[in-house]
Design a protein around this ligand. Structure first.
Ligand code: VG1
Ligand code: CO
Length: 542
């Protein structure tokens, strides 16, 4: 088998966003587009000769073709072994787990997460480092720099590898190992949670659970864990077959897109517990019977109840949350006497905190929670964590959340997304906000305590990340945050995050949008959202 060096010219748009490079499939199918990016990843790394690379994706359209190219390029560039999930399938958390367990050099995850899939929809590629986590900014910047200067890539001339048959094959001098996508991940879950107790809960006829895998990557994992190992009745997992187009859906586990599940959990005779996960399996939504748990609350509740779960019974070293995530977790950290870190959006910023044991649990408002067990957010881990708590406390989801609010107060929280707006106007909106000086301004009952553009200095390596979102904080602890998405593939997406704190138990049962209506009006007015986006309503409210 021969290694070819193919001349190529750069593409100028290969800058990784919040979570890797995401583009429409036809963009990735342009000549050498994927090859350029993969070679740029390899060119940014040092010392991988003979080492192991983990490769897998969420099963979306173009996954298999991309994997064949990556395998041949890994072989030509000198990797010693590639571990690839059977059928090309690996969830994002499973990749992180497998990198760590096998002390791999790194991994490539093929996913555009919750973005729709299909021939004209989205594809994505992301590099993870040896700790199992997303490449930090210095690596993604190096990849981008290489992509702008690339002149050639290396690829092995060879036939395709059979991705469906478990076992090892040879690709030149490199070994390709096709592995079961669930085994290592399931073993890790079993080491963290009280599977016996969860099994008792799931086999008790008076408890019913519904898990929506949304035709994306968690299907095989959820079947194996819940219906297999934990004994839940067949049918507990819905939409469990991974499809290349995710069944035409939008595998974003929220009240808008997980509508099948929401209908069931908010219908008559609803089950006790519902959960959904996203395209690549790193996000989760938790529902009780006719009850929605906000992701920010979920993080706080997991932290407050961590002692009930075997893997966390010795306590937490700290908690970390992304800046726009509500401050509910901060209150738990305070009571536990541990630190709470506030990072920019994106899981890559949690890596150093987890590696240095400054944080045990991490979370984002965007339906992402996780811990130091891997270096990615982890959807099914969160579902199991909730099941473990439910099994121990023997209370309903709603009871657990309400008693949490009674103890800590309730952080009303909502995110409004304006998707696909004109990119130039969206940037103007943010630039204008950055230029205002709002400190001390009064809006009705609200007085602005601080107004800034969030900047983060990593406490471990000192790296600085600027312009991470406009924050307007009020003296009563309420907040408004504006930032532009770094994962979209069409125009710009403006995200508005609104939060207020309610300690009074008598006022903790309001509708969220109503409770936040005053702040939302201020947020619209201050940023002139209607003028800049041309929209009078957000596309998605979560
Ligand atoms: C979004 C979320 C962010 C998350 C990122 C990747 O980013 O807001 O919290 O880490 O997606 O998640 P942005 O830049 O669009 O706001 V996933 O599940 O797409 O890997
Ligand atoms: Co995801």
């Amino acid at each position: 088998m021969q290694i070819s060096t193919i001349p190529t010219t750069p593409y100028t748009d290969q800058k990784p966003g919040t979570s890797g490079l995401r583009k429409k499939v036809p963009v990735f199918q342009q000549p050498n587009y994927l090859e350029n990016f993969v070679q740029s990843i390899f060119d940014s790394l040092e010392g991988y000769q003979g080492e192991t690379l983990v490769v897998g994706g969420d099963g979306r359209y173009y996954n298999r073709q991309a994997i064949q190219i990556i395998l041949k390029m890994a072989a030509a560039n000198g990797f010693g072994r590639v571990m690839v999930g059977q059928g090309g399938i690996l969830s994002t958390p499973a990749v992180s787990c497998i990198i760590r367990k096998n002390r791999a050099f790194g991994g490539i995850v093929l996913s555009a997460s919750h973005n729709p899939a299909g021939p004209n929809e989205d594809f994505g590629i992301k590099y993870n480092i040896s700790n199992g986590g997303p490449a930090p900014e210095k690596v993604t910047e190096a990849i981008y720099a290489h992509s702008k200067a690339i002149s050639q890539y290396r690829i092995l001339e060879a036939g395709d590898v059979d991705l469906d048959r478990l076992g090892t094959t040879q690709l030149g001098v490199m070994v390709v190992e096709v592995i079961d996508c669930v085994t290592d991940y399931a073993a890790l879950m079993e080491s963290l949670f009280d599977f016996n107790r969860i099994q008792q809960l799931l086999t008790n006829p008076s408890f019913r659970m519904c898990m929506d895998s949304m035709h994306a990557v968690t299907g095989p994992y959820a079947h194996a864990l819940f219906e297999g190992r934990l004994g839940a009745p067949a049918g507990t997992v819905m939409n469990g077959k991974t499809l290349e187009d995710f069944g035409g859906g939008h595998p974003d586990p929220n009240l808008v897109y997980a509508h099948d599940l929401v209908e069931i959990l908010f219908g008559d005779q609803a089950p006790d517990f519902g959960a959904a996960s996203d395209g690549d399996g790193d996000r989760n939504m938790i529902l009780g019977r006719q009850f929605f748990v906000t992701p920010s609350d979920s993080l706080a509740i997991l932290a407050a109840n961590a002692k009930l779960v075997p893997g966390y019974s010795s306590g937490l070293s700290g908690i970390a949350r992304s800046m726009p995530t509500s401050q509910a977790a901060d209150r738990v950290a305070e009571r536990l006497g541990i630190d709470c870190y506030e990072t920019p959006t994106g899981w890559k910023f949690f890596g150093n905190l987890l590696d240095s044991d400054k944080a045990t649990l991490c979370g984002e408002e965007s339906f992402g929670t996780g811990s130091n067990h891997i270096r990615e957010k982890d959807g099914l881990w969160a579902v199991l964590f909730w099941l473990n708590i439910l099994a121990v406390r023997q209370e309903s989801v709603e009871q657990i959340v309400r008693s949490h609010w009674q103890t800590y107060g309730r952080n009303y929280y909502s995110r409004h997304d304006y998707e696909g707006v004109d990119s130039g106007r969206a940037h103007q909106l943010v630039d204008r906000l950055r230029g205002l000086n709002l400190k001390g301004q009064q809006y009705g009952a609200y007085e602005v305590e601080y107004h800034d553009d969030f900047s983060y200095t990593d406490p471990i390596d000192g790296s600085i990340s600027q312009n991470q979102g406009i924050r307007i904080g009020f003296t009563d602890g309420s907040r408004i945050v504006y930032r532009l998405s770094g994962t979209g593939t069409q125009g710009a997406t403006l995200r508005l995050y609104v939060e207020s704190y309610e300690p009074n138990i008598a006022k903790q049962s309001q509708d969220t949008q109503e409770a936040l209506s005053g702040l939302i009006a201020i947020a619209n007015e201050v940023a002139q959202i209607q003028d800049y986006t041309g929209r009078d309503q957000p596309t998605v409210i979560t």
